[in-house]
Write a protein that binds this ligand. Structure first.
Ligand code: DX5
Ligand code: ZN
Length: 218
């Protein structure tokens, strides 16, 4: 059986308490911490940049998984690498030279991820598979937490898993992950599950066990 990882997205955390929120989810057994960077241009929402990543890095004992929803992306790779990212994912739709973007990420000594929007076919990443460590399949349109998983993406994950073959590449599911959707995408071949609202919902840093209960249901 594949080793499943839960990566809570701090997009649904209290932005004034990242340190405490991260300690709470890690104490409750999360595997990675997923960090959603948005620029108000590639996606219709704004979050934070490399300085915030650098500030939260010392609070993360596990893995800092940075998802860049920004365009252009190349001018910022180095800054996110210096901020201490373990993984940096960029979107295949972010520009015409994502091959170069993947080279740049690995060139900084960081694991490279390629992310696909829901309308993008798996073929878009075919010629990148020998240079990435992770494929992020967006199961919602990026920009906001709390949306419903788009069912058509389950078949896409199956096709991607077949295309990847025995390469050591994670398939990460991002958007609408909850206890009802996770078994479907897991059976389709995904191994990393980003969950924002499903983990943080109903909880607070004062009651970290709520986050843990939510994670254990996934
Ligand atoms: C969406 C982000 C996701 C999001 C997931 O643009 O990339 O990581 O936070 O949130 P939920 O789990 O609430 O769908
Ligand atoms: Zn994300």
């Amino acid at each position: 059986e594949r080793n499943v990882k839960i990566a809570p997205s701090i997009l649904s955390a209290d932005f004034a308490n990242f340190g405490a929120e991260i300690r709470a989810i890690e104490a409750q057994g999360c595997d990675w911490v997923h960090v959603d960077v948005m620029d108000g241009h590639f996606v219709p929402n704004l979050t934070f940049g490399p300085q915030t990543c650098k500030a939260i890095r010392p609070h993360i004992k596990t893995v800092m998984d940075v998802h860049l929803m920004i365009a252009p992306v190349d001018p910022y790779i180095e800054a996110f690498a210096e901020a201490g990212a373990d993984f940096i994912s960029a979107h295949v739709e972010s520009g015409p030279h994502v091959h170069r973007t993947m080279q740049a990420i690995r060139g900084c000594g960081v694991k490279a991820g390629i992310a696909l929007n829901p309308a993008t076919p798996v073929e878009a990443v075919e010629y990148l598979l020998d240079m990435v460590d992770l494929v992020n399949v967006m199961t919602v349109n990026p920009g906001f937490g709390g949306q419903k998983l788009i069912q058509s993406q389950i078949a896409k994950v199956e096709r991607l898993r077949a295309m990847i073959g025995d390469r050591p590449i994670h398939i990460e599911i991002d958007g609408g992950v909850d206890p009802t959707t996770i078994p479907l995408v897991r059976a389709a071949g995904a191994d990393v599950f980003v969950a924002g609202s499903a983990v943080f919902k109903g909880g607070s840093v004062d009651q970290p066990e709520v986050y843990g209960d939510n994670m254990r249901k996934l």
